[in-house]
Design a protein around this ligand. Sequence first.
Ligand code: ADP
Ligand code: MG
Length: 245
Amino acid sequence: MSTDAVLSLRGIHKSFGDRTVLRGIDLDIAAHEVVALIGASGSGKSTLLRTVNLLERIDDGQIFLRGQDISDPRVAVDTVRARIGVVFQHYNLFPHLSVLDNVTLASRHVFGTSRSAAEKRGRELLARIGLADQADSFPDRLSGGQQQRAAIVRAIATSPELLLLDEITSALDPELVAEVLDLVRELGDEGTTILMATHEMAFARDVADRVVFLDQGLIVEEGSAEQVFSSPRNPRTREFLSRFL
Ligand code: ADP
Ligand code: MG
């Protein structure tokens, strides 16, 4: 295991019943790296992200977060989740909480930050994404793009070591996608360590330091965005990418 890796996956296997979804995943993500996880629907991208956040228990292998084996069943799940920010495809915000309360929830209740300090930071984050005046609104007042941007700043409000993004623009109307991707790009530029499943190939090519192609639960190709997109080596990668031309 590389010691400066934020995340190291070793031999991850996961099955649901007799359906094997992850067949031995090895992956290292260095600090400040942005890694795009691409692959056909059903290839195991979401399952992989969910195992990292301990939403799914793996059947075999190990998951290291900054060298700590978080797949050890004795590890406290909440402590691990507090170190990882996550944004899913949809339904990220709690509908019964104001936007500001959504953003400050983890700081206050998991990290014990005072309300005033959490709200100061929360309002700064909301101002950054142009939602300062929506702080006291409920999420249903926001557009889908605004909700996803609020979900992203909620995920980073506690300065997690790793940010997991699972197809966060796939439920959005096309005209709302760019504002969400622009925020992800900014976070990447600022040095946030990101593992993102995406089918936004142009975005992955532009923003990701590294691209990982998952095929039926196995990483069959990985490399720089430039290498994978311009000269994919694996026939499966070529076939997959040809659908986006
Ligand atoms: P992707 O995100 O790449 O589309 P997923 O990780 O969602 O792929 O799914 C991979 C496979 O695992 C699919 O065949 C899916 O049906 C199956 N799967 C995912 N979650 C479950 C579950 N909780 N129970 C049973 N099968 C599941
Ligand atoms: Mg998925």
